[in-house]
Design a protein around this ligand. Structure first.
Ligand code: NDP
Length: 298
């Protein structure tokens, strides 16, 4: 059976380190890192994520700010808030919770965030830095950055020559994940909905990352024996066995079958999920160190 990669415990390690490095920064007489989270509208899932981000920021010793705006906030008003946060020296990281209401152009809002405060790593400058291997100054999107840390825990930092297959090509997960694996010297293939014979391709992977959004799509016999399997997917499915109307979370990988083949595998929940918020804290800390003229912690 595969080693189960405990994302919760790795995320707790990251948060502990961020907390300690925040205390060091403050001991040097510098301002504590500031994270501003902006949420527009009342999407319940977004509210849960935002509350969790603000809570973890406080736990790290950050200055934590939250802008909760009504669903009918205009694009112009939101751009003004972003401009103010860009100019505020107490703010090192700006996160605009997605999705935004349909009348707001999310792309325009993201590109309005100052690249040095773009702790989500979605600004073109940061996307470009990751794509060109400028990892020392790039902000990397939190979910792939967290997935990479989990891979390194199992495989070490140098992944030279390993075959990696990333299933999914979104700008938030699949593409940055592929760039990180490439920077670590993997031979990378990105698969998507038009890929032919995905099972055969997946079987070539020493590292298989699933970021699709389809419950348990990746079957056990798609997994190469000994492979490291990172399941980014979070899917809610009905669970009548738990009672009427109940549901449960599953990943994009059929966990029980895949765990019989894999060398190591992330569970859902408790794998990649907890890493996302932890890496947001790490990015905000890095931004604060850079703003203070200090070397970015690794
Ligand atoms: P997107 O919907 O943006 O992208 C999904 C990708 O999967 C697309 O590239 C799509 O291909 C591909 N795909 C869809 N169907 C198939 C198929 N049958 N075979 C192969 N590829 C397919 O999703 P995200 O990248 O945003 O998220 C992916 C999953 O990760 C979701 O479950 C999401 O909830 C989860 N997630 C988890 C996070 C966490 O914190 N753990 C954070 C972010 C996301 P095409 O481009 O051709 O359409």
């Amino acid at each position: 059976m595969a080693e189960v990669i405990d994302g919760k415990s790795v995320a707790e390690d990251v948060v502990r380190t961020v907390k300690a490095l925040t205390a060091e920064l403050v001991a040097k007489g510098k301002a504590k890192p500031g994270l501003a989270v902006v949420i527009v509208g009342e999407d319940p899932a977004s509210q849960v994520y935002v509350a969790s981000k603000s809570r973890t920021a406080k736990e790290c010793g950050f200055h934590s700010l939250q802008h909760t705006l009504p669903a009918d906030t205009s694009e112009e008003a939101l751009l003004k808030i972003i401009a103010d946060l860009n100019a505020d020296p107490a703010v090192n990281g700006i996160l605009v919770q997605l999705p935004l209401p349909a009348h707001i152009d999310a792309g325009k809002i993201i590109q309005a965030i100052a690249p040095q405060k773009d702790v989500d790593g979605f600004h073109f400058i940061n996307v470009g830095k990751l794509g060109t291997g400028e990892l020392d100054t790039a902000f990397v999107p939190c979910t792939p950055a967290g997935s990479m840390l989990l891979i390194e825990r199992v495989r070490g930092k140098d992944l030279s020559g390993l075959n990696a297959v990333v299933v999914g090509r979104s700008n938030i997960v699949g593409k940055p994940m592929a760039n990180l694996l490439l920077a670590a010297n993997c031979t990378v293939t990105i698969a998507h909905s038009r890929t032919k014979d995905l099972p055969a391709l997946a079987r070539t992977a020493d590292i298989l990352v699933a970021a699709v959004g389809r419950p348990e799509m990746i079957k056990g016999d798609w997994v190469k024996p000994g492979a490291t399997v990172i399941d980014v997917g979070i899917n809610r499915i009905p669970a009548p066995e738990k009672g009427e109307g109940k549901s449960r979370l599953v990943g994009d990988v059929a966990y029980a079958e895949a765990a019989r083949q894999a060398g190591a595998i992330t569970p859902v929940p408790g794998g990649v999920g907890p890493m996302t918020i932890a890496m947001l804290m790490a990015n905000t800390l890095a931004s604060a160190y850079l703003a203070a003229g200090l070397k970015r912690p690794t």
